[in-house]
Design a protein around this ligand. Structure first.
Ligand code: NAP
Ligand code: ZN
Length: 347
């Protein structure tokens, strides 16, 4: 075990504070990563504030990790000292169940080990990327392609894969009309990726404040959902709607925007249950679905796709001392479009 600097939430209501945590010694299959950048995902805030159920404190959030390998275990074959690597939302899974064997470790029957807020195979609580180092079993460490800088790559490890996976699964591509609801961390990556896949992309944001950005990021159209005319104009339009909103929205209103056979996929994970009128689905044979990050193989595929298409996140790099301020700005939808912690400021 060794001690590293970190930032932790100590309760649902207190600001995060500097602290130290223990990392396990590097085992035969482990990789030690010096973390350079850690993105701030809205899930970090939901968890730090116990919005999804009681969190165990202290909690070090952070599951958008980019860094450099500084040590590898004796049996490690996939990574070497000096490699540029990333870690996303998961750090382990059983590896044997049907879903793990299919490369969908996020649906591990025994429950995957999440990067923070889980208990690892060693019986210790996992702690995330708001820290200087992390030790991860090699199969859950991703390679960051040379074409991507580490700071803009970090958010891809959650925001990138969480939007790439449903866009691929539901066939975003040429001839498909895709709407992205919410232009935040996930939303802005959904726009970039859907555009790169060849789809016709529409942003549905609360206001027109970010219209210029949305179009620059690759959207073909941009509408404000605060304007009731948006819902009249766009009725029956989309093949796929990806909802990234972290709060409750009126699902029936958005489902009415789907074409016949269209699907609305929720990746946004508000604490409160969402309700819908089944007639919103019945008329038009529409589907409402959810999607959870993506498997390790698909995460590597997403990183390679983003490198090939020069898609990094739009980021604001902050020192660790500004994490609490950044949380407030995320909650106020004032993020352009991902905060990324420079972990050198933890030392
Ligand atoms: P974010 O950066 O805060 O973006 C959410 C966006 O939703 C905001 O920028 C805002 O966009 C819009 N929004 C916020 N409050 C709203 C409201 N009351 N009504 C309508 N629109 C609202 O958050 P994020 O990091 O992208 O995460 C989004 C959600 O996805 C969170 O719930 C997070 O936990 C979840 N998530 C899920 C997965 C998964 O695997 N399923 C993975 C990661 C994150 P506009 O200003 O453009 O309207
Ligand atoms: Zn996340």
């Amino acid at each position: 075990m060794f001690t590293v600097n970190a930032y932790a939430a100590t309760s649902a209501t207190e600001p995060l504070v500097p602290t130290t945590i223990e990392r396990r010694s590097v085992g035969p299959h482990d990789v030690l990563i010096e973390i350079r950048y850690a993105g701030i995902c809205h899930s970090d805030i939901h968890t730090a504030r116990s919005e999804w159920g009681e969190t165990t404190y202290p909690l070090v959030p952070g599951h958008e990790i980019a860094g450099i390998v500084t040590e590898v275990g004796s049996r490690v074959t996939r990574h070497a000292v000096g490699d540029r690597v990333g870690v996303g939302c998961m750090v382990d899974s059983c590896g044997e169940c049907v879903n793990c064997r299919n490369g969908e470790e996020q649906f591990c029957v025994k429950g995957s080990t999440m990067t923070y807020g889980s208990v690892g195979k060693d019986g210790q609580p996992t702690q995330g990327g708001y820290s200087t180092h992390v030790v991860v079993t090699e199969d859950f460490v991703l390679k960051i392609p040379d074409g991507l800088d580490l700071d803009v790559a970090a958010p891809l490890l959650c925001a990138g894969i969480t939007t790439y996976s449903p866009l691929r699964h539901w066939g975003a591509g040429p001839g498909k009309k895709v709407a992205v609801v919410g232009l935040g961390g996930l939303g802005h990556m959904a726009v970039k990726i859907a555009h790169a896949m060849g789809a016709e992309v529409t942003v549905l944001s609360q206001s027109l404040k970010k219209q210029e950005d949305g179009l620059r990021l690759g959207a073909d159209h941009y509408h404000a959902t605060s304007d009731p005319a948006t819902f009249e104009k766009l009725a029956g339009t989309f093949d796929l709607i990806v909802n990234t909103v972290s709060a409750k929205i009126d699902l029936d209103a958005y489902l009415s925007l789907l074409a016949v056979g269209g699907a609305m996929v929720n990746v946004g994970a508000p604490a409160d249950p969402l309700s819908l009128n089944v007639f919103s689905l019945i008329f038009g044979r529409r589907s409402f679905a959810g999607s959870l990050i993506g498997g390790i193989r698909e995460t590597q595929e997403m990183l390679d796709f983003c490198a090939e298409h020069h898609l990094g996140a739009e980021i604001e790099v902050i020192p660790a001392q500004k994490i609490n301020e950044a949380y407030e700005r995320v909650l106020a939808s004032d993020v352009r479009y991902r905060f990324v912690i420079d972990t050198a400021t933890l030392s």
